[in-house]
Design a protein. Structure first.
Length: 405
């Protein structure tokens, strides 16, 4: 390309004047390339239509001089510069940090909501061992009273005392101040022993029956659970199987609207088994992932009502042989030992796969959770620690034991 420019000079064409009016021939003797060598004759450049990008690249390569140091503007990265971004690394770290913060917030809230139970149990234990130098029979007798009156029950209390006594005999436990840590470890073990995996994606649709006596919060619990499952990306459907209580269908419908999930329902007074039958067909046609069925509250001592519940269970099983996949019993934790009696009779009558304990935030009888897990060997799936939509929480045995202390 340089040769192409120099041909113009050999032909003797007059030198061009620059924009400043200085003739080019006056600077020919200066060192370095001439302006003609740098600036091409624009009149000889082909039209844009015939000027190909490849030719331009070749000509630029030929005339390219040693690059001068970049200016401040040129040295700054442009829009098209490929610079490794730190955003992916930050995005990878953020979820973990957010999860940790959420867990801390949850534990703090759990501990605050269980303050009545903790005052009944842990604070009394602190006063019990205060100033003690050794673990003697008097201390164990007083500890027994604390455990029983904290609604852990006789059976669970005896089990815990037996574990503690064995540690003392083996001289693994001497300091009364460490008695608290030992009990927390044993309680966590009792709660963890019953835990089994719960996978709502194990079958399609996954059918859950929710049962319990009147006033324990079944319908509210179902609404909160539906909201959480939908947040996890599952397609949820509710079934208004409580056709006996006035306004029960309307209440579940409101929860369905709040959670943004459909509700299968019939008019009040309908046969719950018929509702269950239609619901199974609807679940298949709507391609639901999870079906949560509400049922009428019934006393565990009423034989005829328990038989009605069995009929609903058989109806579901006929439509879907593996269903219901889970039967959750909702218990009011504030009822203490009565909740244990309810759970025992429901288990004997219809069978249970999981427990949901509500109203733990307003009672000092949270120790009943330990007694139920120990005596019935049924896992606690969820606990209710408040009125908010997020206050129904999956049960964590270790965190619950820590919150008690």
């Amino acid at each position: 390309m340089i040769k192409w420019f120099k041909r113009k000079n050999k032909k003797g064409k007059p030198a061009l004047e620059s924009d400043t009016g200085i003739r080019e021939d006056l600077v020919q003797d200066q060192e370095g390339p001439t302006q003609e060598e740098i600036i091409p004759d624009l009149t000889s450049i082909p039209p844009a239509e015939s000027f190909h990008a490849e030719e331009m690249d070749e000509r630029i390569d030929e005339t390219e001089e040693e690059p001068s140091p970049p200016s401040a503007d040129e040295s700054a990265p442009g829009e098209g510069t490929d610079i490794p971004s730190l955003e992916p690394a930050v995005q990878e770290m953020e979820p973990e940090g957010e999860t940790e913060r959420e867990e801390k917030r949850y534990f703090k809230r759990l501990r605050e909501r269980l303050h009545k139970t903790r005052e009944q149990f842990s604070d009394r234990m602190d006063r019990l061992v205060l100033g003690r130098k050794t673990i003697d029979l008097d201390l164990l007798d007083e500890l027994e009273e604390v455990l029983i009156t904290s609604d852990l029950g006789v059976h669970t209390t005896q089990l815990l005392l037996q574990k503690v006594t064995e540690k003392i005999k083996r001289k693994e436990l001497k300091d009364p101040q460490k008695l608290r840590d030992q009990l927390r470890e044993e309680i966590s073990g009792i709660l963890s022993r019953t835990i089994t995996p719960l996978d709502f994606r194990a079958d399609h649709p996954f059918v859950v029956m929710v049962i319990g006596v009147n006033g324990v919060g079944k319908t509210t619990t179902i609404g909160k659970l539906a909201h959480q499952l939908k947040e996890q990306g599952l397609k949820v459907m509710l079934v208004a199987g409580d056709t006996f209580r006035a306004a029960a269908v309307e209440q579940l419908s409101l929860w369905g609207e709040r959670a943004g999930v459909p509700v299968v329902k019939q008019k009040s007074g309908s046969d719950p088994s018929a509702v269950a039958f239609d619901a199974m067909d609807a679940a298949v046609s709507r391609d639901a992932d999870v079906v949560l069925m509400d049922t009428a509250g019934r006393m565990h001592t009423k034989v005829n009502l328990m038989e009605e519940l069995k009929k609903v269970q058989r109806t579901i099983n006929k439509k879907m042989p593996a269903a219901p996949h889970e039967i959750f019993l909702v218990l009011d934790a504030s009822t203490g030992q009565n909740a244990l009696s309810q759970a025992r009779l429901f288990k004997e009558s219809i069978g249970l796969t999981g427990l949901i304990l509500t109203k733990l935030d307003g009672t000092a009888k949270g120790g009943i959770v330990v007694a139920i897990c120990d005596e019935l060997q049924v896992p606690v799936r969820y606990i209710g620690i408040g009125e908010g939509m997020e206050d129904l929480r999956p049960f964590d045995a270790e965190e619950f034991a820590r919150a008690l202390f």
